[in-house]
Design a protein around this ligand. Sequence first.
Ligand code: X8Z
Ligand code: ZN
Length: 615
Amino acid sequence: MKRVYVSAVLVLAAAGCKKDKGKEPPPTKADDAAVTAAPTPEEATAFMAEIDKGLRAAWTRRDLADWERSTNITPETEAAAAKASEEAMAYLTRSIKEAQKFTPVLGQLDEATRRQFHLLRLAGQTTPDDPAKASELSKVITEMDSTYGKGEVCDAQKQCKDLGKLSDILAESRKPEELLAAWQGWHDTVGRAVRPYYERFVPLANEGVRAAGWKDVSELWLSRYDMPGDAMVAEADRLWTQVEPLYKDLHCYVRRRMSARYGADVVPPTGPMPAHMLGNMWAQAWGNVYPLVEPFPGQPSPDVSKAMVAQTYDATRMTKLAESFFTSLGLEPLPATFWERSMLVQPEGKKVVCHASAWDPTWSGDVRIKMCTKVNQEDLITLHHELGHDYYFLYYHQLPMLFQDGANDGFHEAIGDAVALSVTPAYLNKVGLLKKVADNEKAVVDQQMYTALEKIAFLPWGLLVDKWRWEAFSGKITPAQWNDRWWELRRQYQGIVSPVPRAATDFDPGAKYHVPANTPYLRYFLAAILQFQMHRALCQTAGWKGPLHACSIHGSQEAGAKLAALLAMGSSKPWADALEALTGQREMDATAILDYFAPLHAYLKEQNAGQTCGW
Ligand code: X8Z
Ligand code: ZN
């Protein structure tokens, strides 16, 4: 988030970090000259206290202006947001430069202050020295995000569809030509509109972070995990290797079923699958095609969307249900201001950024969400996701500004999802959304298939978005290669291809929110794995003895206390300390997600026997 767990352009929220002296900026000539009058540790501590106040003022102004813009895009709100963002970036850039003079005394500071010096340099995008470029950068960032937010596809009769409407088509239509029109319309219109901004953005943003001593933006992003950037890339690859066989088995099964349903000319029975057929604009989550690939028709549907509509659920009631899960764990209710200030539904007559996000724009527990909620199960789960962010904000807002962040950014994304893993059939039955809980083997496989279409299908996508961006920022690929490389990665990791030929001048990465919003994406890959690791630990704390997929921590005060303790740490300690406090493990580990899906994996292997899988 921009401090928003999603638009975080500016914040690039600092992740937990080790005291890695190697990463401290080298002393400058000016520092050498100042050695005679070397600053004292007391001066360093006082300096950091001032920075904390300055960041609070600058980031609050920026985030309030950005809240206004995101909930009402107009030329005025855009200009105000760009100005506040420029000022905040300038303040951070100055602070990072000034902080360098304290390098010689860092070793004499208490651990918390030293850590804040470390996190300061990781705290976000900095600006180029040239004021014209600094101001252009903030305008590009703001306008690029709004371009995506305002995006719509219009036909010859000037009938327009926004992303929400196009996504409904992708989710519900079973006509390949309709699906293709929605997919292609969005990619052609919005991707191409974002391209000129991105072409300016990459060199300006790189120049900006060089002011803080980074090679390029990818180095900054990857340095926020308490280990060197290349080690983090290897870590992500290691996690992917753990889950890749399960993804490939899911891909193989889904391809066979989809090919049988649509015919080999629409979904070929071998090779990669076309991107428009999987129920989602980016083929990142496939839950919407569950009815087409359901293993055992006739079992009660794992999707309770229809029951939600029948029971006249609306966005507020869905949010209350999500909140009640957190309070069942002993966490505080959301403040009254949450209900007054949040945007829970798409307003009429205003342009807004619909992509769901969670905010604490004053960094003081003033939590809100912004979401164009639809009444369905997917959005009920997204509400748990967003409240996970808000609960993080609520439990760490007393900490210094630079500690008001997740242990790493994957933790921030994982909290709400870990809680939502406890939204099991038994829980849905308890709250009256599911009549019967079938626990026979067939029902378990059906249930797991639905969850895997959301969570396992996501994994390669979660990894490849930033694999592409690291290459774009580092210059490994040039703008002329951007689009082709995007599709190479999608083919390699997801086994997905474009349904129509794409030109090098297209810009399909720009058709995904986080690229124009400049929100890092590796966090979602990590969260997809961490949430199961957290769920397993919380279930153990709650005393659960059965299979992991059936566990719900609903009502467990013990699990809630553990969760609250993690939240309250913010980013004050390296993430491995936070993970250890919750799970007893210091490493991210995919064995929990594999344990969880063991019944489905056995079924998939049986179904795929004799098939040629892969692409
Ligand atoms: O952007 C989000 C959240 C807000 S942080 C709704 N997610 C990613 C996406 O939509 O692409 C959650 C899952 C992945
Ligand atoms: Zn999120």
